[in-house]
Write a protein that binds this ligand. Structure first.
Ligand SMILES: C[S@@+](CC[C@H](N)C(=O)[O-])C[C@H]1O[C@@H](n2cnc3c(N)ncnc32)[C@H](O)[C@@H]1O
Length: 270
């Protein structure tokens, strides 16, 4: 028994799967499917339902992080959930990690990282636009209900950023990430992972050169395509449209040495 309480988030979900994320307060909540009284949600269990005054059935679920990310204020491009999942897994995020990220954008990646850290470790987010830093902070505080104690937002340019840390992980979601590799390579421990997301393959190649020149090895790049299917009693087929491209994910490992040899020499030794 874990009934809904006043003040918490609920995803009102129609029978067709359309969702409205609301915080449970008092009074009516209306959509084109009709009105429900929010106080009627209090005391109900997840999966229970209410009928609107127009007779539409609304199921009551706690929002997932994906639900929240798509409902929050976004003034920047965000990292999509399919890529967030891969970043958290292939980035090997674990409780206790020290993570440096830039920029914070709308806070989608920060939310995924903070959730994976589970209240432990440390996330430092460097953002050069104060208005984005503020908006992301608001999104994060709304989600957790208070500012997470293990999160610091630093206003500034990652290219000039210095802090006395040896991060376990660095995440870059920047238009020109190659410009900061020289400086951030000093802020990550040997064996640490640097993960970068870029939409264009030209950016990926510039990153590859810069990473290699600054002590990173094992550089891999991939992209993920997620194709949803329409499945019911009569049909089982891919839906007509999909988000075909988001970005390329590049992952590299920091080593103690610099690869100063020309690429051909390294290839010959393999
Ligand atoms: C695409 S958004 C990041 C989105 C974020 N990962 C998310 O999932 O919500 C890129 C952000 O990088 C910031 N940015 C760009 N160049 C920067 C720099 N040199 N230093 C710090 N932040 C920078 C931008 O202001 C913007 O907020």
């Amino acid at each position: 028994m874990n009934a809904f309480r006043q003040g918490e988030w609920v995803a009102l979900t129609s029978q067709k799967g359309k969702k409205w994320l609301i915080r449970i307060e008092e009074g009516p909540y209306s959509s084109h499917l009709g009105t429900v009284q929010m106080e009627d949600i209090v005391g109900k269990e997840e999966g229970d339902y209410l009928d609107t005054n127009k007779g539409a059935r609304m199921f009551l679920f706690r929002p997932t992080l994906e639900d929240y990310i798509f409902s929050m204020n976004r003034h920047t491009q965000i990292i999509y959930p399919k890529d967030l999942g891969a970043i958290v897994f292939y980035g090997d995020i674990q409780p206790g990690c020290t993570i440096l990220e830039s920029g914070i954008g709308s806070g989608a990646l920060s939310l995924a990282l903070l959730r994976a850290l589970g209240g432990t470790g440390r996330l430092i987010s460097v953002e050069k636009r104060p208005e984005f830093a503020h908006m992301a902070r608001v999104n994060i505080v709304k989600y957790f209900g208070k500012p997470p104690e293990n999160h610091e937002v630093v206003a500034g340019d990652i290219q000039d950023f210095y802090m006395n840390i040896k991060a376990d992980r660095i995440f870059l979601d920047l238009p020109e990430p190659w410009h900061c590799i020289a400086s951030v390579s000093q802020l990550i421990r040997h064996g640490g992972l640097l993960i970068s997301l870029s939409p264009n393959v030209g950016q990926v190649q510039l990153m590859f050169r810069e990473l290699k020149a600054h002590g990173f090895a094992n550089i891999t790049t991939f992209e993920l395509l997620k194709r949803d299917w329409m499945v019911d009693e009569r049909r089982a087929r891919p839906i007509d449209r999909m988000v075909a491209h988001t970005g390329f994910i590049t992952i590299a490992k920091r080593t103690p040495r610099l690869f100063t040899e020309p690429e051909q020499v390294i290839l010959d030794k393999v």
